[in-house]
Write a protein that binds this ligand. Sequence first.
Ligand SMILES: NC(=O)C1=CN([C@@H]2O[C@H](COP(=O)(O)OP(=O)(O)OC[C@H]3O[C@@H](n4cnc5c(N)ncnc54)[C@H](O)[C@@H]3O)[C@@H](O)[C@H]2O)C=CC1
Ligand SMILES: O=C(O)[C@@H]1CCC=N1
Length: 254
Amino acid sequence: MAGQMLARWLACGLDPARVTVLRPSGRAVADGVRVVTDYPASLPAGSTVLLGMKPYQLADVAASLAPICAADTRLVSILAGTPIADLRRHFPMVSDIVRAIPNLPVGIGGGVIALCADQATSATAYDAVDALMAPLGLAERILDEGQFNEVTALSGCGPAFLFRFIDAFARAGEAIGLPTEQAARMALATVCGSADMAKQAADSPGVLADRVASPGGMTRQGLNVLDADDRLLKLMIDTLAAARDRGEDMARGG
Ligand SMILES: NC(=O)C1=CN([C@@H]2O[C@H](COP(=O)(O)OP(=O)(O)OC[C@H]3O[C@@H](n4cnc5c(N)ncnc54)[C@H](O)[C@@H]3O)[C@@H](O)[C@H]2O)C=CC1
Ligand SMILES: O=C(O)[C@@H]1CCC=N1
């Protein structure tokens, strides 16, 4: 995930010489970006540190990273299910901490980045992190951190659910008799065109769906299947709730 963010920042003109990536593998990241496998003795003044490892690694990483952070270090965490209070416990010397949840399309500038900060983080630092996210896509401030697992389920995990939908849509086309490749191509183009249209339309997607349906026609018959007993809605609610609940487990150390 962090690699996608960095790729977009670099594509938008970030000077690679200003970036250092710490990754145990030491594998190169991008031209001009320094990769290290161990922590430096100190961080440059006013550094912004992006935590992009797995959530369960927080304590291990903090044990080495916290001692080299200073009061002017700015910390941005993308660790799912990891509350700001946990970050504060592991990085007591850092005052500016922003919790963020990006999603994978940030790599092409079409992402969604949820942001949250507590009262200890300065407005200037929060604004700066918000501005940093601007080239990645839509940055949304979440006022109540208690909703962060819900947000993560919707926008952080969302691309996976939508990719699964596109795949199922294409396979359904194949199942009713279309050639595999053609069904995949047409399904994806239909999703992209519909998403673009929904973005530009004054009406909600719910209204647009009804507009496709000619009275007594084919679309209505299909919508009746999706709508019966709120089948699709219930499936989406169950999907997001399961993802949200996992975030709550992770916040409890599970
Ligand atoms: N995959 C996604 O769409 C999203 C992921 N996240 C969060 O991003 C984080 C990473 O997830 P992914 O990118 O999916 O996993 P990943 O396995 O692709 O990336 C993990 C990264 O951590 C680095 N790493 C491993 N051990 C480390 C250590 N000891 N110190 C420093 N770096 C270390 C690895 O080099 C690797 O680049 C997680 O905390 C996840 O919750 C948040 C939003 C969306
Ligand atoms: O699966 C996960 O836990 C992370 C959080 C959002 C997307 N990937």
